[in-house]
Ligand binder design. Structure first.
Ligand SMILES: [Mn+2]
Length: 363
């Protein structure tokens, strides 16, 4: 380990300033989904890595537009908890990363992924180092690689930090620990995410964090599902994928709250669906609801201006065994171009439904 800046806050302020100056730098960047692990691990790896040769500043860059940070409710909470000021984070749209990386001296460190996304492949020659827990795709052979199939990329950063001589501050230890706990479902072997290395790193971080493991995990889990502060548009955006299926443009959002709660939260939910579908130029918007209260439950909303398309879709999904039944809500179902269902087959997630719909529309 190189020399550690003992204050994470000072480090982030300095690196944000360096980013704005646009001088050559070593950029630490997580994957484009930019979950808590991607963000926390790139911050911690940038902070704990020694200065690069030639004195390039280490700059963690969040691989999402600044507007999207609010959607990562668990990261929002944990960063606030450990005293990270949002203003000191650098987001994709804060700087011209392409221009910065075009500088001959600049370098790129991939964190929590080992393959650049399609939109970022041009930066391949800049990849100098990789720290990741996904299967190694074997790219960038000249890069220094720390890749292992553990539960969290933050475990790999924690191992490097713990091997160093510096004492970890409660903020640094809590940031790493919280991320590892969330990624491994509180180190629960039954969730099949945790490895002995995650458990060992967490055990070493715990005393330094000054946290209670269960309290920290429960709070993060709660915040992850806490969409109370989000607008309907943001709930739709939070976990959204889009597919062209034959001639049909289909948007699929996963939402983590009961539809009945959503109706209460936003009386204008129909307008929100319709505006979102229009802004994304969708023929159909499918909202897949999933929540545990106390039983795991799936619901679905199918929104389309085309009533015939809605009907065909629902018929097809029922033929495919989803078991959709019109939803009943105490306060009534909002009127409009949306149909709401409960879903009997709980195994039918977006990952499974999307290829079914794709093949249906392509026939
Ligand atoms: Mn990860």
């Amino acid at each position: 380990m190189g020399k550690m800046n003992d204050s994470l806050g000072t480090f982030l302020k300095d690196s944000a300033q360096a980013a704005r100056a646009g001088k050559p730098a070593r950029i630490f960047m997580g994957n484009e989904a930019s979950d808590l692990d991607s963000m926390a691990a790139s911050i911690l790896f940038a902070w704990s890595s020694g200065a690069a040769s030639g004195g390039l500043p280490n700059i963690p860059v969040m691989n999402i537009p600044r507007e999207d940070f609010n959607l990562r409710t668990e990261a929002l909470w944990l960063f606030q908890e450990v005293g990270i000021d949002q203003k000191d984070l650098v987001f994709l749209d804060d700087i011209d990363l392409g221009k910065l990386l075009a500088g001959a001296a600049s370098r790129l460190v991939l964190v929590d992924h080992n393959k650049l996304s399609a939109a970022q492949v041009a930066w391949e020659p800049k990849v100098e180092e990789i720290l990741d827990h996904h299967a190694d795709e074997g790219l960038y052979p000249s890069a220094k690689k720390t890749i292992a199939p553990v539960g969290s990329a933050s475990t790999l950063v924690a191992e490097l930090m713990l091997a160093g001589s510096a004492t970890l501050s409660p903020a640094v230890a809590t940031l790493a620990l919280g991320t590892i706990l969330l990624d491994t479902v509180n180190l629960d072997p039954e969730a099949k995410r945790v490895t002995p290395r995650d458990a060992a790193a967490a055990a070493s971080l715990l005393p330094a964090s000054g946290s209670d493991q269960k309290v920290l995990f429960d709070r993060l889990q709660l915040e992850k599902f806490n969409v109370a502060a989000l607008s309907s548009r943001d709930i739709l955006r939070k976990d959204y994928k889009e597919y062209r299926m034959g001639t049909v443009m289909c948007g699929m959002s996963s939402a983590l709250l009961p539809m009945a709660d959503w109706f209460m939260k936003d009386a204008a939910i129909e307008a929100a669906f319709s505006q979102y579908a229009k802004s994304r130029k969708l023929d159909v918007l499918i909202v897949m609801g999933a929540y545990t209260a106390p039983e795991f439950t799936r619901e679905m909303a199918v929104h389309s201006k085309d009533a015939g398309l809605r009907k065909r879709l629902v018929e097809f999904m029922n033929k495919s065994g989803l078991g959709l039944a019109p939803l009943k809500a105490a306060d009534g179902i909002p009127a409009g171009n949306t149909e709401y269902f409960s879903q009997a087959d709980l195994s039918q997630s977006r990952k499974k439904l999307q290829p079914l719909l794709s093949s249906y529309f392509q026939d």
